[in-house]
Design a protein around this ligand. Structure first.
Ligand code: SAH
Length: 262
């Protein structure tokens, strides 16, 4: 897998735990972060500094996340060098403005430049982030749940980091649909006409039932949003089939195999 986007994320995304109460949760957050390639952990104190509990939950693999932790005494101070703060909340009421689903927030984060540092902010286990604290965040995310909405802190961190990781992976693999315009209806109809012609010629669909045969092909291909170069590729295949058919006929008339340069 290509790594730059993912590596880039590790450098520019910080996870901020605002006044976490349980050292075990801090360790579990560190582990969840490192599972998804993130390692910048910021704590806003006061924090009960119980290293054995933190390291136990972080496991050896993610111990460096705890070792390199940054501790601040206010949320403002923790966020000061970041460009975008993404708050998280289990609650829907109050003056919170629109609540973003995690995957949309992840796409926004991925789309930013590599110089833009993003903080994802999580509240204390007992009461979450206050409206005042959420005001410091430009985006507020709520992870959708059934009626019991309050997730364990480290599990909320894992879901957010996973969404980011998935979005970065899709980008790496070029899965995201961002490769220019779709083919026009005119291009697609010309392709179907061409395809119908060829499929009838090679008896893949019967002449007497060509409309029904083509309906199946259309239904299948319309599940894909075709791009102009893909339409050209299918038409290229049609031409190749036509060429092969006529070369084969010639061969039968003249003898000898069909030639690629015929
Ligand atoms: N009672 C608190 C829950 C705190 S859980 C509340 O109602 O907000 C600790 C933290 O985990 C929360 O502050 C938030 O950062 C995160 N969290 C828990 N459940 C979440 C959810 N459904 N969506 C987004 N974040 C959540």
């Amino acid at each position: 897998m290509a790594e730059p986007k993912l590596k880039d994320l590790g450098e520019r995304v910080g996870i901020v735990l605002h006044r976490p109460r349980l050292p075990e949760n801090i360790g579990a957050c560190a582990r969840a972060m490192w599972n998804m390639g993130l390692s910048r952990l910021l704590l806003v104190g006061p924090v009960r500094w119980d290293e054995p509990a933190m390291y136990r939950m972080a496991t050896r693999e993610a111990a460096h996340v705890i070792r390199d932790v940054e501790v601040y005494d206010s949320l403002e101070a923790a966020l000061s060098s970041y460009h975008l703060a993404v708050g998280t909340t289990a609650r829907t009421g109050g003056l919170r403005g629109p609540l973003w689903p995690p995957w949309i927030a992840a796409q926004r984060i991925i789309s930013l430049g590599r110089q833009d540092r993003v903080a994802m902010v999580f509240g204390p286990e007992d009461r979450g982030l206050s409206n005042e604290e959420l005001k410091l965040c430009q985006i507020t995310v709520r992870i959708p749940t059934a009626s019991f909405s309050s997730l364990n802190l480290a599990q909320a961190v894992l879901i957010m980091c996973y969404e980011l990781f998935k979005a970065a992976m899709s980008e790496e693999l070029g899965i995201k649909e961002r490769h220019g315009p779709l083919a026009t209806i005119e291009e697609i109809e010309a392709m179907y006409e061409h395809l119908e012609d060829v499929l009838v010629k090679i008896c893949a669909i019967p002449e007497s039932n060509r409309k029904t045969g083509m309906m199946k092909v259309r239904r299948f291909l319309s599940r894909i949003t075709l791009r102009p170069h893909e339409v050209r590729m299918i038409r290229g295949l049609c031409r190749q089939i036509e060429w092969y058919g006529s070369a084969k006929r010639r061969q039968e008339e003249e003898g000898g195999p069909p030639r690629a340069d015929a």
